[in-house]
Design a protein around this ligand. Structure first.
Ligand SMILES: [Zn+2]
Ligand SMILES: [Zn+2]
Length: 62
């Protein structure tokens, strides 16, 4: 059995990000933790930045 599965690129990038970081653009706002990831741009961002990625495929980290 081969347990080595290749992760897709976006997932690799995802695993290296910190989802408890605060958004530098919305430093003063509540709920500014960057817990949303855009599969299109390969970046994570906060709730308030989500508008920018409106038409993109995003993934929310609980
Ligand atoms: Zn933000
Ligand atoms: Zn995006």
């Amino acid at each position: 059995m081969n347990r080595e599965e290749k992760l897709p690129g976006w997932l690799n990038g995802l695993l290296e990000l910190k989802f408890d970081e605060k958004c530098e653009r919305h430093e003063r706002m509540p709920n500014n933790v960057k817990n949303i990831y855009c599969l299109h741009c390969c970046v994570n961002f906060c709730d308030k930045c989500a508008d920018t990625h409106d038409s993109h495929r995003i993934l929310q980290v609980p």
